[in-house]
Write a protein that binds this ligand. Structure first.
Ligand code: ADP
Ligand code: MG
Length: 237
């Protein structure tokens, strides 16, 4: 589903350059549920944003669903995002003046689906995440956990193959975090690939695979407790 061969990324600020990703080799297959860990500033969000076509790498090759991601203009990137990807963020990123059903329906607006049909489909997704009674409420009338479930419904409505979640439980208490993780687990069981950035061990351990970033490289990659060999490593054996 996702393949990185020697991905590099640097940020230019003024005259200085910050080398954030220093040759990442990574393969995530369809249906996996993966956690990305690492200290603050280790490049977790950068990695996720490159996977999500929200940022561009400047070295190496990235294949999304078997296709090389290269020289995409914003229109093409948006098309690929709509087709393949759903996003969930720590800060929910809901539209404050739109109610729950309108927030969930928003991705369908960009697909040119009529308002009536959009809202009907959005109600089905609200039901999936247990928010049907809250459909006409504004985000600020919802709890943190409800907001994140709403954001997950919005991520699901485009029927994505992959969900990318950047610290989705970072703003939630432990009980609510657990509810959100249960929802992700259920979504993953339906076949959707999920990549979750987190710095909480108990969150990461609810996935099948933990990738640890350190100093711009993958320091560890364990799936069900076993070491996952990487291209670089495979070449040496
Ligand atoms: P993490 O999510 O692991 O905390 P990030 O990927 O957000 O780390 O950031 C990695 C490093 O890159 C940090 O030092 C951060 O300050 C820097 N960085 C991230 N985004 C930008 C940007 N758009 N411009 C300049 N520097 C950035
Ligand atoms: Mg981050």
């Amino acid at each position: 589903m996702i393949k990185f061969n020697g991905i590099h990324k640097s940020y230019q600020t003024g005259n200085s350059s910050l080398h954030v990703l220093k040759g990442i080799d990574l393969e995530v297959t369809s249906g996996e549920m993966v956690a990305v860990m690492g200290s603050s500033g280790s490049g977790k969000s950068t990695l996720l944003n490159i996977i999500g076509l929200l940022d561009v790498h400047d070295g190496g090759d990235y294949y999304l669903d078997g296709k090389l991601v290269k020289d995409l203009n914003e229109t093409k990137a948006a098309q690929l995002r709509n087709k393949h990807l759903g996003f969930v963020f720590q800060s929910f990123n809901l539209i404050s003046f739109k109610n729950a059903v309108e927030n969930v329906a928003l991705p369908l607006y960009y697909q040119g689906i009529t308002r009536r049909k959009r809202n009907k489909i959005a109600m089905e997704y609200l039901e999936k995440v247990g928010l049907l009674p809250w459909s006409d409420h504004l985000p600020n009338e919802l709890s943190g956990g409800q907001k994140q479930r709403l954001a997950i419904a919005r991520a699901l409505i485009g029927n994505p193959k992959v969900i990318l979640a950047d610290e989705p439980t970072g703003a939630l208490d432990s009980v609510t975090s657990q509810e959100v993780m249960e929802l992700f687990t259920q979504i993953n069981k339906s076949g959707i690939t999920i990549i979750i950035v987190t710095h909480e061990n108990d969150i990461a351990h609810q996935t099948q695979r933990i990738i640890r970033l350190h100093d711009g490289k993958i320091e560890k990659d364990h799936k069900n407790g076993h070491f996952v060999p990487h291209t670089e490593f495979a070449k040496t054996i």
